[in-house]
Design a protein around this ligand. Structure first.
Ligand code: IPD
Ligand code: CA
Length: 274
């Protein structure tokens, strides 16, 4: 089987993702300092988008198309654009959340992120091979980066997932914007609770995953994520030695996303699917 390093320009994709994520993060931070308002609602009244989400995604898309016109693009705000049929289409698609943690962004909570991943294959987590992932929190200026076979990093520190001690695991989760799903989410959380020393709800899935990679959280689970929420953060977790999955034996996705070190991963999965 070919390895990513052999058949895709991983280093080129990685530097481009870092450069564009930094630029996009600076724009998001600038717009935040100027004041942010809701531009529209999406799936429910609580699921909001700001002008900054759209502007940041447009910037990311423009920069990626300029640098790599043959690649595809899947963004939270503008949807899927296949590789252009001018010239030869590449097998790479960029999967982008311009602002993950939009509600934190709206409220001025310094916990939101620009999330950029490049994947090979269709932009479906059941089929893709994640090649690079970058998650930047513009408020703290932290930049988490991973590339297939190259590890996960925060600045010069190589990241590794943690192993929880006797006091139990620090586990993050999240709840979708649709109140109809909350009872199910709370029932799953109740079953996971005996594993936990405490629970966190940070409000930005990409940072939850980056924090699992960095050992700042022991584990994470959430139902309802979209591809752009977990594409970059998921690679951070696996490159930090963790496990990433969804329903038993499946890929992360709308039904479920779980991330943790191997042993805790199994225990969370058992609790969620008991
Ligand atoms: C949301 C955040 C949140 C998670 C939601 C996501 P958005 O992304 O990642 O933590 O619980 O499921 O939709 O809407 O802020 O980009
Ligand atoms: Ca978003």
């Amino acid at each position: 089987m070919r390895t990513p390093a052999e058949s895709a320009p991983v280093d080129e994709l990685w530097s481009l993702a870092i450069e564009v994520a930094r630029e996009a993060g600076a724009l998001a931070r600038q717009r935040r300092s100027e004041g942010v308002e809701v531009a529209a609602t999406k799936s429910t009244i609580a699921d909001v988008v700001t002008e900054a989400d759209r502007e940041v995604e447009a910037l990311i898309r423009r920069r990626l198309v300029e640098a790599r016109p043959a690649d595809g693009f899947l963004g939270e705000e503008s949807g899927l654009a296949d590789s252009p049929d001018t010239g030869e289409a590449s097998e790479i698609t960029w999967v982008v959340d311009p602002i993950d943690g939009t509600v934190n962004y709206l409220y001025g909570l310094p916990h939101y992120a620009v999330s950029i991943a490049a994947v090979r294959g269709r932009p479906d987590p059941r089929e893709w091979e994640a090649l690079v992932g970058v998650v930047v929190n513009p408020a703290t200026q932290e930049l988490f980066r991973a590339a297939a076979g190259r590890g996960a990093w925060l600045d010069d520190t190589r990241l590794a997932v943690s192993t929880p001690g006797e006091a139990g695991a620090l586990i993050a989760t999240g709840f979708g914007y649709d109140p109809a799903t909350h009872d199910g989410d709370f029932a799953r959380l109740r079953r996971v609770m005996p594993l936990a020393r405490d629970i966190r709800r940070g409000g930005a899935a990409s940072l939850d995953l980056a924090f699992v990679a960095a050992g700042r959280l022991d584990g994470y689970f959430e139902r309802g994520l979209h591809a752009w929420d977990h594409a970059a953060g998921g690679l951070l977790v696996t490159e930090a030695g963790g496990r990433l999955g969804g329903m038993p034996g499946g890929a992360p996705g709308r039904e479920m996303t779980i991330a943790a070190g191997a042993e805790l991963f199994d225990r969370i999965s058992d609790a969620v699917y008991r």
